[in-house]
Design a protein around this ligand. Structure first.
Ligand SMILES: Cc1cc2nc3c(=O)[nH]c(=O)nc-3n(C[C@H](O)[C@H](O)[C@H](O)COP(=O)(O)OP(=O)(O)OC[C@H]3O[C@@H](n4cnc5c(N)ncnc54)[C@H](O)[C@@H]3O)c2cc1C
Length: 297
């Protein structure tokens, strides 16, 4: 792809070439992105999608990169960060936000608007779009509980709106994980609540997070999904793997379900450690640990 042609084609959009992606990921790992975009408007995003589609260019969408491991070999083609598409509005008790809005900010906005229902998500460090894709959840709540509708751009560049029932939500999954649709907007249906109680609940959950999760280190959160009938952390703890390191990646001593970057880890360090955990738990417990985190590249 010709750099000058692309600069001309996307003159109004922030675009970086052969850019290190590690500074954008929550694990601080990952290779380079061939062509990296930060669209400010929906029109720019639509332009990028239709250009990629028309020229057969691979396209990767990222929110805050808090649930991905990007391989050290990097990402070919277009890489699009949605974080500049981050506006939101309130109508009645419904917040409608763009995909790149941070979940934390939307939760704060719900709180100052005295709206309840989203407290569970206040410590989840991703974008709304990434959260919808993952059906992110914590402490008994999942985004699917409050989602009214989701608007996407299809791989062919058309806009489509889905009601909650059409989104195929289940434990850490949604229809958006198959089919190449890009989430651009989402409406969340909340209820009128008491702002003191909302704040109290958010603070209580943040306290629990800080006391149980290694938030002082870079990580991608819980690496694995919860296997039926087991707790991932307990399985890894019982296998005496806490503190085990490959390169700069270490199985957290605070929460065994997290892998933390303690010393300039690479994505390869992460992937080797994940492989080791999966093999050990399969051998010792006959349990398959399925990754929650997405590996890209
Ligand atoms: C410390 C820590 C704690 C965490 N705690 C939780 C928790 O309690 N519960 C929980 O569920 N998760 C948790 N996570 C994981 C993560 O924050 C969530 O999954 C979050 O919703 C991901 O959002 P993101 O914007 O970072 O997505 P990204 O990591 O950028 O992307 C994740 C996936 O979604 C896709 N994607 C992103 N945006 C879009 C879009 N607009 N359209 C289509 N596809 C898209 C990407 O291609 C990728 O496959 C935690 C992570 C960390 C680091």
């Amino acid at each position: 792809m010709n750099k000058e042609e692309l600069k001309k084609e996307f003159w109004d959009c922030q675009i970086l070439f052969n850019e290190s992606l590690n500074k954008f990921t929550y694990t601080l790992t990952g290779g380079r992105g061939e062509i990296v975009f930060f669209p400010d408007t929906l029109e720019q995003l639509e332009h990028i999608v239709s250009y990629a589609n028309g020229h057969d260019i691979p396209l990767t969408i990222l929110g805050r990169a808090s649930n991905v491991i990007i391989k050290d070999s990097g990402l070919e083609g277009f890489v699009v960060f949605t974080n500049h598409l981050n506006s939101y509005t309130l109508q009645g008790t419904t917040i409608t936000a763009q995909a790149g809005a941070s979940l934390k900010k939307i939760c704060e906005y719900a709180y100052i608007s005295s709206l309840t229902g989203l407290e569970f998500a206040s410590g989840i460090p991703g974008s709304l779009g990434g959260g919808v894709y993952m059906n992110a959840g914590a402490y008994g709540g999942e985004l699917k509980d409050v989602i009214e509708s989701v608007t996407v751009i299809t791989a062919q560049g058309q806009l489509k709106k889905y009601d909650r029932e059409e989104c195929g939500f289940d434990y850490r999954t949604s229809r958006f994980q198959s089919g190449g649709e890009i989430v651009i907007e989402c409406s969340l249906n909340l209820k009128v609540g008491n702002s003191h109680l909302i704040k109290e609940r958010m603070e209580q959950l943040m306290y629990l997070r800080r006391s149980r999760q290694p938030l002082e280190y870079p990580s991608c959160g819980s690496v694995f999904k919860r296997p039926e009938g087991h707790f991932t952390g307990k399985l890894i703890q019982d296998a005496n793997l806490q503190g085990y390191k490959i390169g700069g990646a270490m199985i957290s001593t605070k929460h065994a379900g997290f892998i933390v970057n303690v010393d300039n880890a690479t994505a390869t360090n992460y992937l080797e450690l994940i492989d080791l955990i999966q093999n050990r738990i399969k051998k010792e417990n006959d349990v398959e640990l399925v990754m929650e985190v997405k590996v890209l590249g």
